[in-house]
Design a protein around this ligand. Structure first.
Ligand code: DSN
Length: 430
């Protein structure tokens, strides 16, 4: 196969896929086959997306070579005059887009951003109230295997069994009982909106820092498709590569009063040099998020996810909490008699990437699960709409119910490839 640069300008600025192929064909082949996988299969992992070529180019640029410990104008290295510009532009864009008083673009990832939040506001042994992982939380919200669960006294809240929504009464009771230093809202598998006003009131009642881990939904906030936690929260941490459609990385927004604590926690608290190429990518993505087309995209992501969830429900599956108000849906697949683990594998064989996921009060172990999680961020970027979501729901259910029949799976896989071809990802230059 001929290897084409994704969007390489005529002038040479650094990244060169053809040079990579010449020098290291083994790695170049993987880069290209991953591109083909993204082009020909359905990407329904709720935390993934396709960045613009501009963001990809920034990630592969010479900014990657620069060490820049510190912050714009206050570095520990010489030669930072160019990267200073990129970070300063990115910070201003983040503050403008989210109406935030302070922004730090340096965290290498969402987990790193969360380490910085703990470091800024708590000491080992302090109590933190956060969403339990089996109910949709995140590893960094206190899982026993994670630093958060090892170093902090984590008290977990969850969803009600009756409607699978956050139980704010339980959250308040736990806050009053344990007097946490911080209360964390945010999850990786919670399809509903979070009531930030209610959480703020509880935080005020017990004197806790209000921390929102907005990794999953911050892109919808950026596109003004759902309410923002920024006016309420002391600190908001997130990843930049989900619905937000930026490079892999993390970011933190905070009130001005916490700016110094956050900046110190990120550097020198838990990171050395920032990844300036990623910060350039973040700045580009933030500007993209200010466009009208991004606002339309964010709304479409939600509409598409609702259509996908409805399609799955119409075919006999159950949407946790009755549906979705966001970019992700959590689907209870017990009616099929197939576990989440097997469904994940069968969908993979049919050219559909999604993930097994525990549902609240799941009788199965986390490695098996009774559910799957699906997201609409990537397919919406491709330009798919609600009609395609209905079709995708049919593919998923056919794969799950295929009985591992190789012919059936191969047929779905070719239908999937046919659909993907109509919505090309990173099309070859004409
Ligand atoms: N927990 C991962 C996810 O949601 O896919 C990353 O946040």
């Amino acid at each position: 196969m001929s290897i084409q640069p994704l969007n390489r300008p005529e002038k040479y600025y650094g990244p060169d896929f053809n040079a990579m192929e010449k020098q290291d064909p083994e790695i170049a082949a993987v880069v290209i086959s991953e591109l083909e996988r993204q082009r020909n299969k359905l990407q329904l992992i709720a935390s993934e997306n396709f960045t613009s070529s501009a963001v990809l180019a920034a990630m592969g640029s010479t900014l990657s070579n620069k060490y820049a410990e510190g912050y714009p104008g206050k570095r520990y290295y010489g030669g930072c005059e160019e990267v200073d510009k990129v970070e300063a532009i990115g910070i201003e864009r983040a503050k403008k887009l989210f109406g935030a008083e302070h922004a730090n673009l340096q965290p290498h990832s969402g987990a790193s951003a969360n380490v910085a939040v703990y470091l800024a506001f708590a000491k080992p042994g302090d109590t933190v109230l956060a969403m339990s992982l089996p109910h949709g939380g995140h590893l960094t919200h206190g899982a026993k295997v994670n630093f958060s669960g090892k170093w902090f006294n984590i008290v977990s809240y969850g969803v009600r069994q009756s409607d699978e929504l956050i139980d704010y009464d339980q959250l308040r009771d736990l806050a009053l009982e344990h007097k946490p230093k911080m209360i964390c809202s945010g999850a990786t598998a919670y399809p509903s909106l979070i009531d930030f006003e209610k959480v703020r009131k509880i935080c005020d009642e017990v004197g806790a820092i209000m921390w929102v881990d907005a990794a999953h939904f911050i892109g919808l906030v950026a596109g003004k498709a759902i309410p923002s936690p920024v006016p309420y929260a002391d600190v908001v941490s997130f990843t930049t590569h989900k619905v937000l459609r930026g490079p892999r990385g993390g970011m933190i927004l905070s009130k001005a009063a916490h700016a110094a604590a956050i900046d110190k926690a990120v550097f020198p608290g838990m990171q050395g040099g920032p990844i300036m190429s990623a910060i350039a990518g973040k700045a580009i993505a933030l500007q993209e998020c200010m466009s009208d087309s991004y606002k339309t995209y964010a709304k479409q992501v939600i509409e598409n996810c609702q259509a996908l969830a409805k399609g799955l429900v119409d075919l006999g599956l159950r949407a946790v909490s009755g549906g979705t108000q966001t970019h992700l849906a959590l689907i209870d697949i017990r009616s099929t008699g197939v576990t989440g683990k097997v469904a994940d594998e069968l969908c993979g064989l049919a050219g559909i990437s999604l993930n097994k996921n525990a549902i609240p009060f799941d009788p199965q172990t986390p490695a098996v699960t009774s559910g799957i999680r699906v997201g609409s961020a990537a397919t919406t970027t491709q330009g798919m709409g609600t009609a395609q979501m209905k079709q995708i729901a049919e593919f998923i259910v056919s794969a799950i119910k295929s009985g591992a029949d190789q012919d059936k799976l191969a047929k779905i896989k070719s239908q999937v490839a046919e659909l993907c071809a109509k919505f090309p990802v990173y099309p070859e230059p004409k």
